[in-house]
Design a protein around this ligand. Structure first.
Ligand code: GH3
Ligand code: MG
Ligand code: MG
Ligand code: MG
Ligand code: MG
Length: 316
């Protein structure tokens, strides 16, 4: 697995979905009818419990809820909704017969975004829902921008592999997790052989092509739980959770062979590429008290040994 591709396209719903919650069937019927007339897709629930269940699965952006209902009232529903981890913000309007200032304050404090009193006035409800759509759209685009920022901050732009920042942040977590649960963990480091020659002979752009190709070779040769990070210029680290050093060494040898026997289809022609590998993990280093530095240093020593022994090989 390399870093995820951009999936954070800003998604404004094409069809707005409202969950309408009220314990009175007639009230539900009247409001649902006017919402549908205004182009909304509407689903209904008779109390807060039913509503929460539907919100969990229903992909709603807007919620209109009554206050007084059996089992779970609108106030409890609003507070529960604000505490829950729903996908995206759900703009919530309390629509109730209660009309004192104290009620309005309590309603908004429970987490509702807006407060309307019955009987419902159609143009006002529609206008307030338009405000809701604006807020939801803003929230969606903000979240998409944050996800995209995060993606950029952990991705190597040339190869699409994770970058060193991600490696340094994520590998200690993998180490902690596997040490805590007594699981295996292995790390492979690899370095393209005589890469400088490629740059010197064909130019840096061709060198870049080789690096991109190299990562796709690694990617197709590892399991989906394994992830690849660019450690430095032409050095990459593969983290293999739940894998022991022996199996990781076998995997590294497959990668090595795959790369050595497949010429890189560069723009200047087919280029033979080899790489040197170092493998490390528990067995080499005891998991308790293991550090990122120790694991990386052990892999690095392996790469160095592979280079000294003539390159295109794997050292455990
Ligand atoms: P060895 O087999 O000992 O690893 O030799 P090498 O030539 O691969 O290693 P060396 O460390 O001497 O050279 C690595 C080169 O990689 C030097 C550097 O300019 C180049 N490099 C680093 N990052 C990039 C990059 O993003 N694109 C390109 N084209 N070259 C890069
Ligand atoms: Mg009621
Ligand atoms: Mg190097
Ligand atoms: Mg190299
Ligand atoms: Mg070198």
């Amino acid at each position: 697995m390399v870093a995820p591709v951009n999936s954070a396209e800003h998604k404004t719903p094409t069809q707005w979905r409202i969950l309408l919650v009220d314990d009175e069937p007639t009230q539900r019927l009247i409001v649902a009818r006017l919402l549908k007339r205004a182009g909304y897709e509407v689903d209904t629930a008779g109390n807060g419990v039913e509503a929460l269940a539907k919100l969990e699965t229903g992909d709603f952006q807007l919620l209109i809820t009554d206050w007084e209902m059996p089992e779970m009232d609108g106030i409890a529903l609003c507070s529960a909704l604000r505490k829950s981890e729903t996908q995206g913000y759900i703009y919530t309007i309390l629509l109730t017969a209660r009309d004192s200032i104290e009620n309005v304050v309590a309603g908004l404090q429970s987490g509702a975004d807006d407060y309307l009193t019955k009987p419902v006035i159609e143009p006002e409800l529609i206008a307030r829902l338009t405000t809701g759509k604006r807020i939801v759209t803003l929230e969606r685009s903000l979240r998409a921008a944050m996800e995209e920022n995060r993606r950029i901050s952990i991705t190597d732009p040339l190869t699409g592999a994770y970058n060193r920042r991600y490696l340094m942040e994520q590998l200690p977590r993998e180490i902690d997790r596997s040490a805590r649960y007594g699981r295996e963990l292995a790390v492979i480091m690899c370095d393209v052989d005589h890469f400088k020659r490629i740059n010197d002979t064909h130019g840096h752009l061709v060198g870049d092509e080789v690096l991109k190709w190299f990562v796709t070779q690694l990617q197709t040769g590892v399991r989906s739980a394994d992830w690849i990070a660019r450690y430095g210029g032409e050095e990459f680290v593969i983290v293999l959770p739940e894998t022991n050093v022996i199996n990781a060494t076998t995997a590294a040898n497959h990668l090595r062979e795959q790369i050595a026997t497949t010429p890189c289809p560069a723009s200047v022609g087919q280029l033979p590429i080899t790489a040197s590998f170092g493998v490390s993990g528990w067995k080499a280093i005891p998991p308790q008290g293991a550090t990122l530095d120790a694991l990386i240093a052990a892999c690095d020593a392996g790469v160095y040994a592979s280079k000294s022994a003539g390159r295109d090989r794997v050292t455990m």
